[in-house]
Each structure stands twice: as C-alpha cells, then as structure tokens.
Design a protein around this ligand. Structure first.
Ligand SMILES: NC(=O)c1ccc[n+]([C@@H]2O[C@H](COP(=O)([O-])OP(=O)(O)OC[C@H]3O[C@@H](n4cnc5c(N)ncnc54)[C@H](O)[C@@H]3O)[C@@H](O)[C@H]2O)c1
Length: 237
C-alpha cells in the first residue's frame, strides 16, 4: 500500500530537477501524477517512464491553469495534492536589473504559485481537503545579492503561503512552503563548486527535497502555514 494511493497530484516544473524527484516519489507511492512543464520532450519522457500524465503548462498563464484543472478533474477526479515547484532565476542586481527580467521571475515564481493555489482550491474543497506544497528557497528566508527578483518572489511565496493556509484551512487544505538550499539540479548544478556556509558540507540531492514534500503531504497532519527547510544548516547561522 502506497502512502498516497488513489490521490491525484499535480506537480509543476516536473520535467527535471527537484520537480522530477517529486513526480517520481508521488508515483512510486501510488498517486496519479499530472506532470506539468514547458519542457515538453523531457516532461513527456519522464511521465511515460513513471506512469504519469504529461501536460504542457506555463504556470504564469492563468487560462492554462483553468484548463489543466478542468481536464484533470474530468479524467482523474478531484485534486488532492498540488506541488508548486516550477521556478526560474535571473540576474537582477538592484542598480541594473531589467524590468522584463524582474517581471518574468515574479510572473513564474510568485504569480504562478498564486494561480496554482487559486485554480485547485475548489476541487480540493470538493474532495474534502488537500495539501499544497509551495516552493520557496533559502532565498525566501535571507537576502542574496544579485538576484533581487528571485529573492522577492521567494519571500512572497513564503508570506502568501501563510495567508493561503488561513484562507483554505476551513476547507481542510493544508499549505506549506519548502525552502531548499544548495540542491544539485539543472538550475543549480553542483559541478566542481563547493556549497558555502552550510553545517553539512555537501550539495543536497533532489530526493532529499522530495522526502520532505512526502512527509508534509502524508504525515504533517497538524502543521500548516509554515516553513520547512532543507538546506544542510545554511540558515542556522
Ligand atoms: N536547485 C536549488 O538549489 C534550489 C534551491 C532553492 C529553491 N529551488 C527552487 O526549487 C524549484 C525547482 O528548482 P530546480 O533547481 O529543480 O530547477 P530546474 O531549472 O532544474 O527545474 C525547473 C523546472 O521548471 C520548469 N519551468 C520553468 N519555467 C516554467 C514555467 N513557466 N511553467 C512551468 N514549468 C516551468 C523547467 O522547464 C524545469 O523543468 C524552483 O522553484 C527553484 O526556485 C531550487
């Protein structure tokens, strides 16, 4: 018996990196996974491998969210789990950042997370409850130079998660933010770099983030509206 047998789960940015690990973990534990991404070839290949459904979704497209949720409910039933994972980064130092870079990062990381939560809320309520895991970062807990839009988006995800938990709690929907540190992915490849400032002196593995997600979805039944950090102790200072 899987830990999420029979549950319907949507994961954004599921084609690679941390999102792919979320999809693998949810599928292995029995969920019907809808893997969403803009990287269609990689997303479709992974979905075929793990028995998930692939859907093209740009999380910053409001109308596409409505379509995705309607199609998912029609084909698989109400949505139990949403993992808002898709994210992008861009160099946006305050003195020189372009408005277009700022807007795109906020649109994907922050507005996309809002669109996702809003789109699934009615279906989760109909199902009798659900769990939403929003992806922030250590950059949603401390400042980081050179990536002002990313930091703003991730602090925004963290704060919005608390409001969402309060709004959706009466419908038995728990909402969390997760805060990865240095995780080896296509966005942030370890290469020869050593992660600085951590207590555990190594890069994190994508599966270590997926294990936290699975804990929140299944076992964290008296928690909501709060932060869960997977950073090797980076923010302990
Ligand atoms: N890797 C890290 O060290 C780290 C640390 C903290 C937080 N995070 C966060 O974790 C999440 C996943 O990061 P990752 O390192 O796996 O990144 P990644 O770049 O390896 O993967 C991100 C995925 O999101 C998809 N994506 C990008 N824009 C999209 C859009 N508009 N709509 C739908 N999908 C889109 C990409 O195609 C890709 O498959 C992000 O939100 C990121 O900010 C990562």
């Amino acid at each position: 018996m899987g830990r999420v047998d029979g549950k319907v789960a949507i994961v954004t940015g599921g084609a690679m990196g941390i999102g792919a690990a979320h999809c693998r973990a949810l599928a292995a534990e029995g969920a019907s996974v809808v893997l969403c991404d803009v990287a269609d070839d990689q997303g479709a290949a992974l979905a075929a491998e793990i028995g998930a459904t692939y859907k093209h979704l740009d999380v910053s497209n409001e109308d596409a969210w409505a379509e995705l949720v309607a199609e998912t409910v029609a084909s698989l039933g109400n949505i139990d789990i949403l993992v808002n994972n898709a994210g992008i980064a861009a160099l946006t130092p305050i003195a020189t950042a372009s408005t277009s870079d700022w807007d795109r990062v906020i649109a994907v990381n922050l507005t996309g997370t809002f669109f996702g939560m809003r789109a699934v809320a009615a279906s989760m309520k109909e199902a009798g409850g659900g769990v939403i895991v929003n992806t922030s970062s250590v950059a949603g807990l401390v400042g980081t130079p050179g990536i002002s839009a990313y930091v703003a988006s991730k602090w925004g995800v963290r704060g919005m998660t608390k409001s969402a938990a309060m709004d959706l709690g009466p419908d038995n929907i728990r909402v969390f933010s997760i805060h990865p540190g240095a995780i080896d992915t296509p966005m942030s490849p370890a290469g020869d770099r050593k992660p600085g400032g951590q207590i555990i002196p190594r890069w994190g593995h994508v599966d270590e983030v997926a294990k936290m997600m699975m804990f929140l979805v299944t076992d964290a039944t008296f928690s909501t509206g709060t932060e869960f950090v997977i950073d090797g102790g980076f923010t302990a200072r």
